[in-house]
Write a protein that binds this ligand. Sequence first.
Ligand SMILES: Nc1ncnc2c1ncn2[C@@H]1O[C@H](COP(=O)(O)OP(=O)(O)O)[C@@H](O)[C@H]1O
Ligand SMILES: [Mg+2]
Length: 254
Amino acid sequence: MVLHSEVPEDRARGTEDHRSGSSAAETAVYCRGVTKEFGTGEAKVRALRGIDVHIPYGRMTLLVGPSGCGKTTLISIMAGLLDPTAGEVSLLGCDLRSLSGSRLVQFRAENIGFVFQQYNLLPSLTAVENAAVPLIIRGVRRSLAIERAMALMTEVGLRERAQALPAQLSGGQQQRVAIARALVHEPRLLVCDEPTAALDAQSGRTVMNLIRRVTVRSDRAVIVVTHDSRVFDLGDRIIAMSDGLIDNHQREAP
Ligand SMILES: Nc1ncnc2c1ncn2[C@@H]1O[C@H](COP(=O)(O)OP(=O)(O)O)[C@@H](O)[C@H]1O
Ligand SMILES: [Mg+2]
């Protein structure tokens, strides 16, 4: 099930024309005027102070900035894991305010894949079984789930290691299994939060190149949060944040 709703005209600002190349239909996520405050009174933290941003399909967008500047908060709001204090979020053509409770949970499960710094693999399952988990949870027949997961294991270059347990794999290999798991249900949006933070430079580049290769297609959007400057050159597009705001100077590849 994919939910659709109209994207209001004004939310499409900055994307030229609905009918042309970079229309709202080609934008996976829109945030407009998004703010987020945690706590109240003396303890109040203004984590996001008015964010306008869009994430296009078909490219790997990097979200960079110093620790504490609001990156995780912003992607959590984009992915519907956290409500903004104010502002609008349109995710895959759907106004997040129109979804709540179990519908939001289902929408997320069907449309978004997540990769985190921690691989969070289940230690007693093999690599391919770990990659199959999102399908098995959704009731896909086990043999079919394993077959699809095996195709992803091949894509991430781990076909030979598919029967290994997580403890028998390196950090970089475990992260590649986590990427296979995040993609096995064919999500429209892949969200990665610091996926290379626990890896050495070489494995970090391998993982970023892999994310790029397996995700960048015209019907999928990819956002990668990182403060790992060793991999900045691998993004198609960089959005820089500081102190709860988007910086003006953004690099956009041709
Ligand atoms: N659940 C929370 N409760 C209170 N403050 C929070 C919470 N989550 C994040 N913050 C604060 O919001 C700010 C932005 O945090 P975060 O989005 O995690 O930054 P980043 O991912 O860029 O390191 C920080 O000051 C952080 O301490
Ligand atoms: Mg963070």
